[in-house]
Design a protein around this ligand. Structure first.
Ligand SMILES: Cc1cc2nc3c(=O)[nH]c(=O)nc-3n(C[C@H](O)[C@H](O)[C@H](O)COP(=O)(O)O)c2cc1C
Length: 408
């Protein structure tokens, strides 16, 4: 499906990432979308309406009281015509106003007055993002059906490094395509998980040694992200708890960014209380440093060798499997370089899991970092099912079909 002729309202608010909205506008226009730009007064302090007007080929809407053409009810007419409202960047302030139903400018009025889907691409300093007010606002809006695209982690304009960066324009554009085209779900999988809540872990964990060094692994997160994307498409409420990776979270997931195994454990334990399914795909570090040096560890003539004492991390899959709040289906991945079947069957028992997805990571064409995978499914009832080599995206659907069967 093309986006040609789709009516999109591009809302721009007063954040430093406002300049990136220009690139998003260009992408939308290149794909023949009919884009109306609506700016808040604060956004105008970051970029000029003139640039956006020239690129959109239309006047930029800014003032709820200024437009006579629409008989003075510009927010109603604009809102009713839209296929999608995208606010990029969405400031903490505008997100809070939308949550509260405040309509004190043209953009927030349109949000209240539209029946179209609304996508928010939050962008802010990481402390603003982590603030419980912002987190609560996002949670409420997600539950109201808003699509939250990002943010991602990385370097921020203020010099911080963490979660709060707006997704890149191309990634937001991809999310817009996914929303307007509808989920590309194989028909036999559609809505198979509607009403179910799934918690998925993905990526590596990062265990610090000092403020600069850490122990981690090569997990790319691709398998877990593909399962999360499929889960959203199949109608599940999806929580994705992820260590640091180079890919963006799929649109529609509730995204929780973590670093260490302990943080991942805590986020999972919080998330599973009313979940139906847990799927552990993360490559969780088995060990962490017994003590983390508060300052950079220096080499000197006195320490030609350095001993680092490691202690075990919590075993997340086992904790979930044995938890009083155990979801109905608990599944995990076993990435092994040898004796896959032996280890996978042992893992099923030890962790009290229902399904183990076995992964031979000695084969470089599959597993870590590859876009393809080949999985052998070990189920509690003794079945061993090979899933042939295919893209991680296709396998995401196959994995969830097995999960849906186990839920019956
Ligand atoms: C230089 C500068 C950069 C800012 N960047 C952001 C930002 O990235 N995200 C954010 O939420 N607020 C940011 N703010 C604060 C917002 O501009 C402020 O909350 C404003 O009221 C937002 O208005 P609006 O949501 O109506 O556009 C920034 C402020 C300044 C002065």
């Amino acid at each position: 499906m093309s986006l040609s002729g789709k009516k999109i309202i591009l809302g721009i608010t007063g954040g430093i990432a406002a300049y990136k909205a220009v690139l998003l506008l260009r992408l939308l226009k290149k794909n023949d979308c009919d884009v109306t730009v609506v700016m808040t007064g604060e956004a105008e302090k970051f970029i000029t309406p003139l640039t956006l007007q020239a690129l959109s080929g239309k006047p930029v809407l800014r003032d709820i009281f200024s437009d006579a053409e629409h008989n003075g009810i510009i927010h109603i007419s604009t809102a009713s015509e839209a296929d999608l409202v995208v606010i990029a960047p969405a400031t903490a302030n505008t997100i809070a106003k939308i949550r509260a139903g405040i309509a004190d400018n043209l953009l927030t009025s349109i949000v209240l007055a539209t029946r179209a889907k609304i996508m928010l691409a939050p962008a802010m300093n990481r402390v603003m993002w982590e603030n419980s007010a912002t987190q609560e606002n996002i949670e409420v809006l997600r539950n109201r059906g808003f699509i939250i695209s990002g943010p991602v982690s990385g370097f921020q304009a203020c010099g911080d490094n963490g979660t709060g960066r707006m997704k890149e324009p191309q990634e937001i554009f991809n999310d817009i395509m996914a929303v307007l085209q509808g989920p590309s779900v194989p028909p036999e999988h559609e809505r198979l998980l509607a009403g179910k809540k799934i918690v998925i872990t993905a990526g590596p964990t990062v265990e610090p040694l000092d403020p600069i060094r850490f122990i981690s692994n090569r997990s790319s997160g691709k398998m877990g992200y593909a399962i999360a994307e499929a889960a959203v498409a199949m109608g599940a409420e999806t929580i994705l708890v992820s260590g640091p990776v180079q890919i963006s979270p799929p649109a529609g997931v509730k995204f929780i960014s973590v670093n260490t195994a302990q943080e991942m454990h805590d986020a999972v334990m919080n998330g599973i209380s009313d979940a139906d399914v847990f799927i552990g795909t993360a490559a969780v570090a088995d060990f962490r440093a017994a003590s983390v040096s508060p300052v950079k560890i220096k080499k000197s003539a006195q320490n030609e060798e350095l001993d680092i004492r490691l202690i075990q991390n919590p075993d997340i899959l086992s904790r979930v499997g044995h938890s009083e709040q155990r979801p109905s289906v608990v599944a995990g991945f076993a990435a092994e370089t040898d004796k896959l079947e032996t280890y996978a069957i042992k893992k099923l028992k030890d962790k009290n899991a229902d399904i183990i997805f076995g992964n031979d990571v000695s084969d470089k064409t599959i597993g870590f970092n590859s876009d393809q995978n080949e999985i052998t499914v070990f189920s509690k009832d003794g079945r061993i099912i090979p899933l042939p080599k295919s893209s991680k995206k296709e396998l995401g659907f196959s994995v969830l079909r097995l999960i849906a069967e186990a839920l019956k």
